[in-house]
Design a protein around this ligand. Structure first.
Ligand code: HMG
Ligand code: MG
Length: 297
């Protein structure tokens, strides 16, 4: 059997949430519809968070109802609390993602709550989701460093990941929110988490601030991770993480995986075209090296 990695495309959510100029709802829908034609199986569509906190995604309901949902593709959305869950459920969302952090300081900036308080907010969401047949993914941010606290203890990452797993999240995505990690630290963190949560339930989510994302992904693949988050054209960043830059570019990850003989089901040509289309929409060059190289050949 061919080795397979499931790519979780977070471009429409993480990629766009920090854009200052408003992006038209129709363009967000067009982005997701293009991504749906690339062979991706998971596309994080938007966030049902407070519009005061993330104005760019205030049109979450319109985006979600406007997209053409392709067969076999999951379209999870972020929800921070029951209000977000109610809004998501009202438009027919079938998968949500809850998010907290390994750093208390970051979580307060991002959600106005401590880690334990945020997990308490998720309990009713997970209970209702189980009854509603809605899948729940969990994010742990700042797994390799925090913009406010600095170093983050691996034991804190393990504890929070374990809590989300025990609460019923089917997958835990480990986020290097500000992209400060390096491969040996990423591997050690992953090994520690995998000693408490099955590696088959783990995903990795690297931002590329210091150009380490692909190297970090490779070190986690070697530990058995088979789910990788990324954003087309390398868009993105968290508005409440000082210094955070784009996610690792999906095109670059797919290029690396295919070159290693690992299947993703993704058409790299179509993905790269979409990345260049998005970059043009945002008025900048694509942040994907593979995307740039493929345009030149
Ligand atoms: P708060 O102000 O403490 O919330 O924010 P509250 O419960 O006191 O409510 C205040 C107001 O917001 C009320 O309205 C609520 O109804 C409303 P008002 O009475 O003032 O008119 N409200 C909502 N409205 C719509 N949807 C909702 C919602 N909840 C409350 N869901 C809150 C707390 C968590 C809501 C806020 O801090 C928030 O929305 N934070 C989200 C920040 C965010 O989205 N950050 C980026 C995503 S995380 C990330 O990027 C990291 C990741 O990529 C992984 C990585 O890279 O590490 C996932
Ligand atoms: Mg992120």
């Amino acid at each position: 059997m061919t080795d397979f990695v499931r790519m979780v495309e977070v471009g429409p959510r993480d990629g766009l949430q920090n854009e200052k100029a408003p992006i038209a709802t129709a363009d967000k829908i067009a982005l997701i519809d293009r991504l749906s034609q690339t062979g991706l199986r998971t596309i994080e569509a938007t966030s049902f968070v407070s519009p005061k906190w993330v104005p760019q995604l205030a049109d979450a309901a319109e985006v979600f109802t406007g997209i053409q949902r392709a067969a076999g593709v999951a379209y999870p959305v972020l929800v921070p609390n029951e209000t977000g869950y109610d809004r998501a459920l009202a438009v027919g969302v079938q998968e949500v993602a809850v998010f907290t952090a390994a750093s208390e300081a970051f979580n307060r900036k991002n959600t106005n709550a401590g880690i334990d308080e945020s997990i308490d907010r998720f309990r009713p969401v997970l209970a209702r989701a189980a009854a509603d047949g809605v899948k729940v993914r969990g994010y742990v941010s700042t797994v390799l460093g925090c913009p406010y606290q600095g170093d983050v203890a691996v034991a804190d990452v393990v504890r929070v990941a374990r809590q989300l797993h025990d609460l019923g999240c089917y997958e835990i995505s480990l986020g290097d929110t500000i992209g400060v990690g390096t491969p040996l630290k990423a591997r050690a963190m992953l090994q520690a988490v995998a000693s408490e949560v099955p590696v088959s339930s783990l995903a990795v989510h690297f931002h590329d601030t210091y150009g380490q994302a692909l190297a970090n992904i490779l070190s986690c693949l070697e530990e058995g991770v088979r789910v990788v988050d990324s954003a087309v054209s390398g868009a993105g960043g968290c508005p409440y993480a000082k210094g955070a830059s784009g996610n690792v570019a999906s095109e670059d990850v797919v290029y690396m995986l295919h070159g290693m003989g690992i299947a993703t089901g993704v058409d790299l040509e179509k993905l790269s075209e979409t990345g260049r289309w998005l970059a043009a929409l945002l008025g900048r060059e694509t942040g994907s090296k593979a995307g740039k190289a493929m345009a030149a050949t």
